[in-house]
Design a protein around this ligand. Structure first.
Ligand code: G3P
Ligand code: MG
Length: 243
């Protein structure tokens, strides 16, 4: 059965990567959440997508130029002003909450623009501290980061994020020893892609599936997870198909 993972939480309805969006994902019965992590000036792991806070908050500039305490003073409700109290969460806070639910967590390490020194190790440590190892899968567009995760913890579940025209991803993924491929939705690349992944025991987690016709297509194809801003819609479509 295709799992439904809420992209940055239920970000179609609430400010992305906030506790509000993660709580809503659980209310909408998502199987899991996807979130992005970066480091603050004082080395705290925070949940944030862009390197700058301008698009989502009333602050300006790079998150890494602020301490956690400084970042906490901004409101992260710019995209959904009705959630006026939304603030930036730490990974620790999100993990503590998710532990009270049955959801899984896809932690995406944002090391594409800044290669945050120590982010992989700190993230692994926080997951361990929260006792959430079994419910977390790590992903990144920066595959060196995934290699670092695997080096530090052989048992950590990992996925390779990519878009555009990468050749022979199932072969590459199997060679790196990851658990999953995370392709962009328009790019399952060739007709036997899913079969090749299955043969190599690679799971397929597709992002970001927001249109209903694609939700239906990927559920029918039986991908392992569909990452969406609208977990309620995707869940309904998946459940109808499986009746
Ligand atoms: O992890 C799937 C998706 O989140 C990757 O792209 O830019 O939304 O983090 P982005
Ligand atoms: Mg992401």
């Amino acid at each position: 059965m295709t799992k439904i993972w809420a992209h940055r939480g239920a970000s179609g309805y609430a400010p992305e990567n906030t506790m509000e969006a993660f709580r809503l994902a659980d209310e909408m019965k998502a199987d899991g959440i996807e979130l992005d992590v970066q480091l603050t000036k004082d080395g705290e792991v925070v949940v944030l997508h862009d390197e700058k806070i301008d698009r989502v908050s009333n602050g300006r500039g790079y998150a890494r130029d602020y301490t956690l305490a400084e970042l906490k003073k901004f409101r992260f409700s710019k995209t959904h002003p009705e959630y006026k109290d939304a603030v930036i969460p730490t990974l620790k806070e999100v993990l503590a909450y998710v532990k009270t639910t049955s959801m899984t967590v896809n932690i995406e390490l944002k090391t594409g623009v800044f290669f945050y020194e120590g982010l992989a190790e700190k993230t692994l440590a926080l997951v361990k501290e929260a006792g959430m190892e079994e419910r977390v899968i790590y992903s990144s567009f920066n595959h060196y980061t995934i290699r670092d995760i695997k080096k530090s913890d052989k048992k950590a579940k990992t996925g390779l994020l990519y878009a555009d025209g990468y050749i022979d991803m199932p072969i590459y993924g199997a060679a790196l020893g990851v658990d999953a491929l995370h392709p962009a939705l328009y790019n399952l690349q060739y007709p036997n892609f899913l079969e090749d992944c299955r043969t190599k025991q690679l799971k397929v987690h597709v992002w970001t599936v927001n249109k209903e016709k694609y939700m239906k297509k990927f559920c029918e194809l039986g991908v392992d997870a569909l990452i969406t801003n609208y977990p309620d819609k995707a869940g309904k479509i998946r459940d109808q198909l499986q009746k």
